[in-house]
Design a protein around this ligand. Sequence first.
Ligand SMILES: Nc1ncnc2c1ncn2[C@@H]1O[C@H](COP(=O)(O)OP(=O)(O)OP(=O)(O)O)[C@@H](O)[C@H]1O
Ligand SMILES: [Mg+2]
Length: 353
Amino acid sequence: MPSPQEILAELRKIRYPGLTRDIVSFGMIKDIEVASGGVTVILSTASVKPEAIARISNDVQQAVAAMTGVPAVKVEIEQAPTLRMTAATLQKRAIPGVRHVIAVASGKGGVGKSTVAVNLALALAAMGWRVGLMDADVYGPSVAMMVGIGEQVRVTKDRRIVPLERFGVRYVSMALFISDETAVIWRGPMVTKLESEFLFNVEWGDLDCLVIDMPPGTGDAQLTITQRVALDGGVIVTTPQEIALLDVKRGVAMFQEVNVPVLGVVENMSYHLCRKCNHRQEIFAHGGGERLAQALAVPFLGALPMVRELREGADSASPLVATRPDDPVSAIFKSMASKIIARLDASGAAKPA
Ligand SMILES: Nc1ncnc2c1ncn2[C@@H]1O[C@H](COP(=O)(O)OP(=O)(O)OP(=O)(O)O)[C@@H](O)[C@H]1O
Ligand SMILES: [Mg+2]
């Protein structure tokens, strides 16, 4: 009997009728159950045209039945996502009023994940989107420092959290609620569990996109968030010296495991940009991020140079994209934001605005 992963790989070959996209990246596969009696594939059809459902269901049936060692195939259509809870959808919830949720992750710490999350959120806002930013990194709440938030968060009468606003982006962090001592006690999965609950208690208002700055790494804590929050996509930040295939691969696997499309890989501190002469100095072998993205069949969003202004902006609560919108590095963030918007629009066409 093939494994769910092998079946998923087979299903990736099936195209959505009339499109070049496959049904897996379209988010149609809710779950695959492999039991002694056979395979059950559960299709989510929330964003699928009714006339396409029968065709896709038939294609899935045939593709899985053709695999060696499969005695029987059942294709179930999931009508309302809330009616059925399966491994991949276990307690996964959408955040009311929020159209898209994306998570910025990295295989390890210190690669510039928060810098990318903050500036990407600002770039999305610059494209006219209503954007929220959630700092899910309780132990290193760098986003607060980067955008300059120190004040107390307000809570409504019905105990919902009002996000703070900076540079037109709504921002919240659980770190603003817990002291250093409590954070120590809360170490571990409990924090992430509370954190994903916390997300739903924020009065976000209407947002086109919520960006989550994930804790570094791809362990259980990160998986908890990806399992509980209905994510529309993941962004993986890496640095050239870290282009150890394994770290990015883990990031990609983390999102794919829960059926979240990878929006792309960002290579940060990719080269050094001299501000005086605009000379671009390659410090590490160039192009690793792009090659790696290609090898893993995920998009490459772009390479960011190492520039002092990016760090200074982060340290002094004046993020580059907001304070120097015309800087060439801000332009790189905006180009990444456009790619993300295009992909989210394509995948979430059926989502209400
Ligand atoms: N492209 C860049 N050029 C210059 N400095 C950068 C760049 N990207 C990040 N930095 C600096 O590197 C440091 C680490 O970045 P950041 O805090 O964004 O990383 P992180 O991956 O979020 O780290 P952590 O794992 O601690 O959350 C910060 O001081 C930041 O200002
Ligand atoms: Mg960080």
